[in-house]
Design a protein around this ligand. Sequence first.
Ligand SMILES: NC(=O)c1ccc[n+]([C@@H]2O[C@H](COP(=O)([O-])OP(=O)(O)OC[C@H]3O[C@@H](n4cnc5c(N)ncnc54)[C@H](O)[C@@H]3O)[C@@H](O)[C@H]2O)c1
Length: 358
Amino acid sequence: VSLRRLRVETAAPYEVVVGSGALAELATLPGDRPCAILSDSNVARLHSERLGPLSSRPGLAVPAGEESKSFAVLERVLDFLAEIGMDRHSLLVAFGGGMVGDLGGLAAALYQRGIPYLQCPTTLLAQVDSSVGGKTAVNLHAGKNLAGAFHQPERVLADTDTLATLDDAQLASGLGEVVKSALVGDAQLLDVLERQASAVLARDTELLADVVLRCVRVKAGVVVQDERERHERKRLNLGHTFAHAIEHAAGYGRVPHGIAVGVGLVLALRASERTGLLRDRALLERVRRLLARLGLPAGMDALRERHGARLAPDELVRAMRSDKKGRAGRPAFVLVRGVGELDVDCELDERVLTELLA
Ligand SMILES: NC(=O)c1ccc[n+]([C@@H]2O[C@H](COP(=O)([O-])OP(=O)(O)OC[C@H]3O[C@@H](n4cnc5c(N)ncnc54)[C@H](O)[C@@H]3O)[C@@H](O)[C@H]2O)c1
């Protein structure tokens, strides 16, 4: 089976390699290039043999979980890079899910004012979304991803073999972002998911590689038009104002990101219907049904039931006011006319918002 390759034409272009065995490409790195591996405790335990020759290089495995996306852990990573003598040409390999990718990417952006890094995403969410695009961050007490930088990776190796060990909740989390990618710009992907939901859930590796590639294509297409999220890139935030508020109100790590995004998509579609913007009348129901078939909660009730979180509407609205996508406490939303037709920077009446979140 062949690997799929795609070039992201940012100011410094880079290649994304997707498919079974993609990590074998690590063997092509020059043996004398200093590098270090950042992973988390789960990925190090489950997959370090996939690093091949790189597994003998200096490595740091931070505790698994969103709590490690913090300033304290970031400092530990930077100290580690200094301790092992990394210089400005050394390479940091971020080997793990979105947490490791965001943390490692930010460490690479900061260490000696920026060193190159590789994204080796090991969760579906990281493969379809966070490893591409160069957004890196850690969380602050005040909110998710509030301290970060744009720093594009040198290369992305998305090895779909690593996905075999994801638990069902982690797979479901990635699928939330997959459905988002389809809505942002790939109507065919929506059809594929509807037709092949059970093969996706059975982790058919070829199908997953196709799905990952499609999502990367959507994301790359948007990112190259707007590397620094001035306008076009905001499309990728579809569902995310809701999702970040849900994650924040539930307590970081309680509701997996992509699961919050899935619910956020439904809320964004409902808001689009409420405000008369949604032209594709069937879309809301299609997305609800698809999420349910993929094993994701398709609304606030299902989410509260599944995660045992209270998620009171007023608390969610408060969380949205501190969202960095909005200005001066006015949360901004991406609304939907149809697949690939999105309006960014929309505001919603607080009454409508509270009603949607009830
Ligand atoms: N930078 C971006 O553009 C961007 C986009 C979307 C999400 N994110 C960020 O990504 C993070 C979420 O990513 P995530 O869901 O990958 O979280 P994660 O990295 O915390 O991984 C989730 C869990 O899966 C485990 N894991 C990782 N790979 C595994 C594997 N192959 N098999 C078994 N277990 C494995 C991890 O140890 C962890 O326990 C959030 O912090 C979010 O803010 C960033």
